[in-house]
Design a protein around this ligand. Structure first.
Ligand code: AMP
Ligand code: MG
Ligand code: MG
Length: 265
């Protein structure tokens, strides 16, 4: 039996506490389970929230759908870029992965993945290879960013993601990928940024709304906070995407509804 305990204002958000056979363990106090923080303007009535998120207290199987999300698809994206111990200017994208997740089950339905040839600083530094696991041979002869953006557009069309009736949103760990990296490199190259890259969900903000603490060091913090297993290599773009997807799935299983957090529009 899940019981609504109370709702306290915390910054711009309300923190909702439940008692009983909930889903999330909370550091907020004995017996109380933190389910989600909701934006003040967006807070559902407590009874509806319990019904929506925790009805019967059953744990959904991985095949079942979680409570309704507002998007048909989530597009998980995590760039890797040229780097060194000192700042590289301009940074260039060298790995471009996207996981298409079903908006209700959060299962991976399709993967777009390619390494990208950097052109301004074509030689990767040993620092960059060590950090990302990306070796020189993995980017040499690969498409340039301009070519990759066309490939992404083709993939989006093929998957029905350009249909105006289909509501999708990118999900990144932080704001850097779509607020800084892609617009910066497109500006440098004189390329337009497609509109679908101009709104996104920052998983760190989503996690902090859901769990009540901000994941300063990103993926490892969130993985530990949710008792998940880390997959693959940290700073491999495709592995980072798989870990982001697992974190999303766990937050959705606990009843969290993902909402847009960032925009360049
Ligand atoms: P991430 O998605 O966290 O793997 O990082 C994306 C990109 O940010 C990397 O490909 C690097 O270009 C840069 N980056 C991340 N961590 C570091 C670091 N510790 N030092 C320098 N650059 C970094
Ligand atoms: Mg990243
Ligand atoms: Mg990464």
């Amino acid at each position: 039996m899940v019981q609504f305990v109370h709702c306290i204002k915390s910054g711009h958000f309300f923190r909702i506490l439940y008692k009983g056979s909930g889903l999330a363990r909370s550091s907020e106090g004995a017996g109380a389970k933190l389910i989600a923080n909701r934006q003040f303007s967006n807070i559902p009535s407590p009874s509806l929230w319990v019904v929506n998120n925790m009805a019967s207290g059953q744990q959904p199987s991985s095949k079942s759908s979680f409570h309704p999300q507002t998007y048909h698809n989530f597009l998980v994206l995590d760039f890797e870029a040229t780097c060194d111990e000192q700042l590289i200017n301009p940074q260039e994208i060298i790995e471009f992965p996207i996981l298409k997740l079903h908006g209700r089950t959060l299962e991976i339905e399709s993967i777009f993945h390619t390494y990208v040839q950097p052109v301004v600083h074509p030689k990767l530094t040993p620092f960059c290879t060590k950090l990302t696991g990306i070796e020189q041979s993995m980017v040499e002869g690969k498409p340039t960013l301009q070519e990759v953006l066309q490939m992404v557009d083709d993939w989006m069309r093929e998957k029905g993601l350009l249909d105006p009736k289909v509501n999708s949103i990118f999900v990144t760990c932080g704001d850097w990928d779509l607020k800084t990296m892609l617009p910066g490199q497109c500006q440098y190259l004189g390329l337009p940024v497609p509109d679908y890259f101009k709104k996104w969900i920052n998983l760190k903000k989503a996690y902090s709304f859901a769990m009540g603490n901000y994941p300063k060091n990103g993926l490892p913090f969130m993985i530990k906070g949710l008792n998940l297993q880390h997959i693959g290599k940290l700073h491999s773009g495709i592995d980072d995407c798989k870990n982001i997807a697992n974190i999303m799935k766990e937050l959705a299983r606990r009843g969290f509804t993902f909402k847009q957090t960032g925009s360049n529009l």
